[in-house]
Write a protein that binds this ligand. Sequence first.
Ligand code: HEC
Ligand code: HEC
Length: 394
Amino acid sequence: MQHFFSGRVGMLASASAVWLIGAASVAVAQSQASGQEQAIAQAAAATAKGQTAGEFFKNVTTSTLKELTPSDFLGAMGVMTAAVGYDCSNCHPGAGTDLMDWVSDKVPQKRTARKMVEMVANINKENFGGAQMVTCWTCHHQSDVPSTSITLDRLYSVPVEERPDVVLPGVNQPPAAVILDQYIQAMGGAEKLATLNSFVASGQSIGFAGLGGNGEFHIFAQAPDRRGMWINFPEHPDRGISAWTYDGKTGWISAPRGFLGEYELTGNDLSGARLDAVVSFPGQIKSAFPKWRVGLDDTVGDRVADVVQGSDPSGLLGTFYFDKETHLLLRYVRQTPSPVGHISVQQDFEDYRDVDGIKFPFKYSFLWLDGRFTATLSEVKVNAPVEETKFAKP
Ligand code: HEC
Ligand code: HEC
């Protein structure tokens, strides 16, 4: 989930991969759930004990991946899968069935991938002083055999719109603090936003390509840093509950239709969840990062946007796209590091409406490596009490 969602061309390409992943996971959700959820729960427990992926898994040997926490290791698997346009079963025999075998090296693509992981680490070490300039995506762009020449049609058609993860410095742009202040003003003003202690947003989720649709959708948020996002299907309890929670200390994801089942966030994942919670309260946005930079103007759909990016020493990046005219937030992308490329989550906002003097987006899209959905809200309740369980383990 790199920045590839931002470009139009990238959008199409990524949509198909997510669809493939999504479709495959629906088909296999039932059969794989038990074994896999168990594996994930074990991974989370191991992480809590401070075990690395190399210690915890049976056959994890690459110099960079073996050092990760088990849950960040699984995030890296998601990045590799998306970059080459695969699903897990292209490298792991039987993935998605009861016969899955994550350990086996039988599939040649898995053996190649292991070499590729070392190759990427070496390219970066030898040529870029260890900075992560080359990733699986750099060459693969969702194809397992990278192309070596430009297709001539493409030379004369719309240029491929892809952006570097770290934004290029803007020219003649206002400072980040000014753009963030314009946003705070547009959302209701600092004084009004300071009165926002909690909110509950409710609506309906619309799945991508018919998947995960017609769920009851809720976001619960409590200042300064608690957030829970839930989708459930009251008429089809068998479809499970999807949830993303963060209680100020620990975080969880439950995605019954995803490959990873339910798991506790550890390592870099956790700082991403915290960031989502903090920026749910627009008045706090400036405190979300120690450092901000302004990028070149960009577009989101047909809107021109000011781009402001925050970063912290752990490598977490938050990129915010503000409408140049209305100053409202159109898109927020967060990226956490992994040795094979950033793990990205994108959120898009539309249809802002006024609720008690504060603006809320009534259309919300969420895209991550394992799927995407859109929700339309019907109601936002401001400063209503929220039960602790909404931020806890689903
Ligand atoms: C492009 C090939 C490829 C894809 C696709 C892929 N993996 Fe992997 N997987 C690997 C490689 C290579 C290793 C071993 C890494 C190492 O040695 O550091 C591995 C190891 C693992 C392990 C550790 C097993 C053990 O005990 O040794 C798990 C679990 C795993 N992958 C899960 C997944 C999941 C879940 C997906 C889908 C989201 C996935 N993988 C997709 C290549 C892949
Ligand atoms: C510098 C460019 C480059 C980078 C970076 C790169 N690859 Fe590759 N990869 C290739 C090329 C070229 C091939 C085709 C090799 C061949 O066909 O012999 C390939 C082949 C593969 C294959 C085998 C496909 C098949 O059908 O046999 C897999 C799987 C793969 N790469 C995974 C990865 C992963 C995972 C990463 C990131 C850790 C990665 N690659 C990074 C260039 C790259």
